[in-house]
Ligand binder design. Structure first.
Ligand code: ATP
Ligand code: MG
Length: 429
């Protein structure tokens, strides 16, 4: 039987990988300007980290985690990046080294969901976590940072920012009661999951994708009316700063998101193009002021977000493409291959992308390959060239040919490979 990739897990082949790199590079450069540095944490963590932080009654923990026991440990392949980063923040006592930390990460996450366009079992996220700043400035700055990354950095338009505040834990408890009171009379109209969660975690009903729950949620009470004074002041501050930054947003009082750890500000970025269907949320994030303490650390507030790379790539303009070799080296006989290898090495040492054809055989096939790779120059090294101490150089686009002494071929050809417009043959030196 033919072996295939695991369902919901994708190969990213080189043609496509170039677009991934472009996105990742834009992300790294953009968040670096806001002071973020990279953190790399393990893909495996203790299962308890996720079940406690994400929440026992969330979809992720109840249904989606890849968990297993091995060598006496209960382990889970990470479904998201925030809990692992916070675990590392606490474990390394980061708060004793600096009052504010700005971390970013990039990498694969794993959730056993039903695959669809933009929904996979191995998918990639890029995200940021900011520890140690409780003020609304941090929230607004992070939202502006994401928006400018998407628009200016990646060229993605038609994005809507949705904003809400969950308040602190006291507010959530009151909201919970309000939701239980609201949903209980229509309990039998809810999905089975939501009926089960009604008492324990009614906030989850608001985040359900089941049409029955969506319908039932339409008249749900707004959490914004329950915010206490401090939470309301924080939310007003976030909105004031966003206005100052000219960031447009929509306040959505039923936005709760799928992870239990959020407090106060909550946001998501949604594409309004319809390309992604039910997978239209491209970025999700918010404050989680209690997590660091919950993990045994000090009371350090935090805020973060994660963006789905596959979903953003669907929206990012630009063709798939691969880098071309500047120079293709074609050795025409066994006697020439060693010299061709040396020339290839010396050109690479000068920063040039080079491919040496090791297949042997005919010049015609080698030229065809050089052409189809889009090489700028094809350097031909046959017995005749070797005898005369030269190489023949073909300018593939211009269909012109000239010769360069073998002794300084690396210097001359490296310069020609780099030149915007190659000099005409004969003036190469
Ligand atoms: P959704 O509501 O679409 O299931 P989520 O609320 O589970 O998303 P988060 O856990 O907040 O999403 O993750 C942040 C982002 O990561 C999402 O907005 C999305 O872009 C991406 N993402 C989440 N799950 C997947 C997945 N299974 N496949 C691809 N991307 C995903
Ligand atoms: Mg989800």
């Amino acid at each position: 039987m033919e072996l295939r990739a695991v369902k919901g897990m994708n190969d990213i082949l080189p043609d496509e990988a170039a677009r991934w790199q472009r996105l990742e590079q834009a992300f790294r450069e953009h968040v670096a300007r806001y002071g973020y540095d990279e953190v790399r944490t393990p893909i495996l963590e203790h299962t308890a980290l996720f079940s406690r932080q994400i929440g026992e009654t969330t979809d992720v923990v109840e249904k989606e985690m890849y968990s297993f026991a091995r060598h006496g440990d209960e382990l889970t392949v990470r479904p998201e990046g925030t809990a692992g980063a916070a675990r590392a923040y606490v474990e390394h006592k980061t708060h004793t080294k600096e009052p504010v930390s700005r971390w970013y990460y990039l990498g694969p996450m794993f959730r056993g969901e039903r695959p669809a366009k933009g929904r996979y079992r191995q998918f990639y996220q890029a995200g940021c976590e900011l520890y140690g700043d409780a003020g609304p400035l941090a929230d607004a700055e992070m939202i502006e940072m994401i928006l400018s990354l998407l628009s200016t950095g990646l060229g993605i338009g038609n994005i809507e920012v949705r904003l809400n505040s969950l308040g602190a834990s006291g507010t959530r408890a009151r909201y919970r009661d309000a939701l239980v009171a609201y949903f209980t009379p229509m309990k039998d109209k809810l999905s089975e999951d939501s009926q089960r969660r009604l008492e324990k975690n009614p906030l989850r009903i608001l985040d359900s994708k089941d049409p029955r729950d969506r319908e039932a949620s339409k008249g749900a009470p707004s959490i914004l009316e329950l915010l206490d004074e401090a939470d309301a002041a924080h939310f007003a501050g976030v909105r004031r700063h966003l206005d100052a930054l000219d960031v447009r947003y929509v306040v959505d009082p039923t936005l709760v998101r799928g992870l239990d750890y959020y407090t106060r500000t909550l946001f998501e970025f949604v594409t309004t193009t319809g390309d992604l269907g039910a997978q239209s949320t491209v970025v999700g994030g918010g404050r989680y002021d209690n997590m660091v303490e919950g993990l045994g650390g000090p009371s350090v507030p935090a805020i973060g977000f994660a963006m789905g790379i596959e979903r953003l790539l669907t929206l990012m303009p630009g063709e798939a493409s691969r880098e071309r070799p500047a120079i293709y080296v074609a050795p025409l006989s066994d006697a020439c291959t060693s010299r061709a290898l040396v020339l290839g090495r010396d050109l690479r040492a000068r920063g040039v992308r080079v491919e040496v054809d090791g297949r042997g055989g005919r010049l015609k096939a080698m030229l065809r390959r050089a052409d189809s790779l889009g090489a700028k120059l094809c350097v031909i090294l046959g017995d005749g060239e070797l005898e005369r101490g030269i190489v023949s150089v073909k300018e593939l686009a211009a269909h012109k040919q000239d010769e360069v002494p073998l002794a300084d071929a690396a210097d001359v050809l490296a310069a020609r490979a780099r030149a915007e417009v190659s000099p005409p043959p004969g003036e190469a030196r």
